[in-house]
Design a protein. Structure first.
Length: 557
């Protein structure tokens, strides 16, 4: 379903219609034909020539009958609907470059072809009729019938080439035919003797959780009930980065072998196994029976948290602020700690004159950082987070990392530091709606919890609804908190979306706006710092001339 356009776009649409725009005149709209009527008729004729195996036709019938027996549906798919699914599957197979239909073609189009033909019972959960009816269809599809294919090895072409010797010695057509017949007989015997792939059992060991960029190992246990010569391919979706996933092995009856596949995920989230393809070769190695098994498996890729290398230095600074270093630093917090006698080097602004009047010595106040404060991390996943930023100075931004990933890294570092300081962490991510929301209190490893929440987040090409996000922040509680907004400083997005909402947030919380930008090259950074230093020196010199001549350290003459 297409979203409703903004008000300005609707006004533009009505203005075009008022000016005489005819939506049925496609030529005036600049739309040109890409196929003629003859091309369409030729395509329809080609679709009719696509073969449908009896097993696939029976599979479509079973899917249709399953919808009629579902307790959640009051109206199932009729034979006419099953016929429509068959036609759609044949067209999909032809578009995919095949002249036969597979169960995967049926599964790919079942929801689109059948969901509008289903009726939901009144006692079922209301709302989302199409989505839930489609889920019922997907649940009934199952793994599909087992389709066994045939594969031949490179030995067969070599065996055919070997027949050229006989053709040279006896150059007659009968020689060629006899040699071809002999090769076909050998391949047929080898295929008939090859064990069926169903004689083995596959068990997967899931890799679990891994940080993005770190390798993981997926395990597969192969057990054979009889002697087999196998070729096994453990396939994963492309973003899982599977390598070394093709294995050759020979097993005797009752033997088992553990296979491993190295995974190097290239994106966050749950990455799933695509299936295990098994080829069972005959004793001559000419032909094999091939079958693909659906062996579920998932590896969950978490954000890499590359900024954790800065964590030790930031924790050392945090210990200094807390006064837990060898030399206690006073005056770094805002919460009163105690009174003590003044020593040389203390800040005179910390002297408590009222307490000093009651003693024989000058007394100063000591402060400590606040504890048990709330820190709310808000991650913007709208369209501005899809931009890319360079990792190193001089790198092209197109080759860098997504802005959302950089913001995640900053949020993980801030969350880890805040938790070590004894603060409570609330996490929120969203764009037009809230995508993730988590209260993290009393947890030792806050970074791990945040990584779990961030794993499934991706940029969404919509504008951020800051009213909804601000409401979600207020939903965490009215207690004053430090709210860190991690978003892009894009003028239009900030002016139209965020600025009108900021007063409501700053009324109850302290708000920090954080953004990611490309790192500056070294010379550019030094020039900017040099200009800033000259501006400061100019101001200080002018002030000095107003009073008297003074030397400003570090500014030169």
């Amino acid at each position: 379903m297409l979203p409703v356009p903004p008000r300005e776009d609707e006004v533009t649409i009505l203005s075009r219609h008022a000016a005489g725009f005819d939506p049925r005149d496609v030529a005036a709209a600049g739309v040109s034909a890409v196929a003629t009527g003859a091309d369409i008729e030729a395509g329809q004729a080609a679709v009719k020539r696509v073969q449908v195996a009896p097993e696939v036709a029976a599979y479509i019938v079973d899917v249709a009958r399953a919808t009629r027996q579902s307790p959640s549906l009051s109206l199932g798919v009729s034979p006419r609907g099953a016929t429509a699914l068959l036609r759609a599957a044949r067209a999909w197979a032809w578009l995919s470059g095949r002249d036969f239909v597979t169960p995967d073609d049926v599964k790919a189009l079942a929801q689109a072809a059948l969901v509008h033909r289903l009726g939901l019972r009144p006692e079922a959960e209301p709302g989302g009729r199409r989505r839930r009816a489609g889920a019922a269809v997907g649940h009934r599809l199952g793994p599909g019938p087992a389709v066994v294919l045939v594969a031949i090895s490179g030995r067969v072409p070599l065996l055919l080439l070997l027949g050229l010797v006989g053709v040279v010695l006896r150059p007659e057509a009968s020689t060629v035919l006899l040699w071809l017949l002999g090769v076909i007989v050998l391949v047929g015997i080898d295929l008939a003797v090859a064990p069926a792939p169903g004689t083995i059992r596959l068990t997967r060991r899931a890799p679990g959780t891994v940080r993005l960029g770190d390798p993981a190992t997926g395990g597969l246990l192969v057990e054979a009930t009889r002697g087999v010569h196998l070729q096994v391919r453990d396939a994963w979706q492309p973003s899982a980065g599977a390598s070394d996933n093709r294995h050759r092995l020979r097993l005797r009856g009752g033997d088992s072998r553990a296979l491993s596949t190295v995974l190097l995920p290239r994106r966050r989230g749950d990455l799933r196994a695509a299936g295990v393809t098994v080829r069972s070769w005959g004793p001559l190695g000419f032909a094999a029976r091939q079958r693909t098994y659906d062996v579920p498996g998932t590896v969950r890729a978490l954000p890499p948290f590359e900024s954790r290398k800065h964590l030790p230095s930031r924790l050392a600074r945090l210990r200094d602020l807390d006064g837990r270093a060898a030399v206690r630093v006073r005056g770094q917090g805002t919460e009163f700690d105690s009174l003590r006698e003044y020593v040389r080097g203390d800040d005179v602004r910390s002297i408590d004159w009222r307490a000093s009047a009651r003693t024989a010595h000058v007394v100063v106040r000591t402060w400590q950082p606040e504890r048990d404060r709330r820190v709310v991390l808000v991650l913007d996943t709208s369209r501005t987070s899809a931009g890319r930023v360079a990792r190193t100075p001089g790198e092209d931004a197109a080759d860098g990392m997504p802005r959302l990933d950089a913001a995640m890294d900053a949020a993980l570092l801030l969350g880890a530091l805040a938790s070590r300081a004894g603060d409570r962490i609330d996490f929120l991510a969203g764009d037009r709606r809230v995508r993730a929301r988590q209260r993290i209190h009393g947890v030792r490893d806050v970074a791990a919890r945040l990584q779990e929440q961030m794993a499934d987040l991706d940029p969404v090409l919509v504008e951020a609804d800051w009213d909804a996000l601000a409401g979600a922040v207020q939903g965490f509680g009215r207690q004053r908190a430090l709210v860190v907004l991690l978003t892009a400083l894009e003028p239009s997005a900030i002016a139209d979306g965020l600025l009108p909402v900021l007063p409501a947030l700053t009324r109850h919380h302290r708000v920090v706006l954080a953004s990611v930008r490309d790192p500056e090259p070294g010379p550019a950074r030094r020039r900017r710092q040099h200009r800033a230093a000259h501006r400061r020196c100019g101001v200080r010199r002018r002030r000095g001339r107003a009073r008297a001549w003074t030397v400003v350290p570090g500014c030169g003459r």
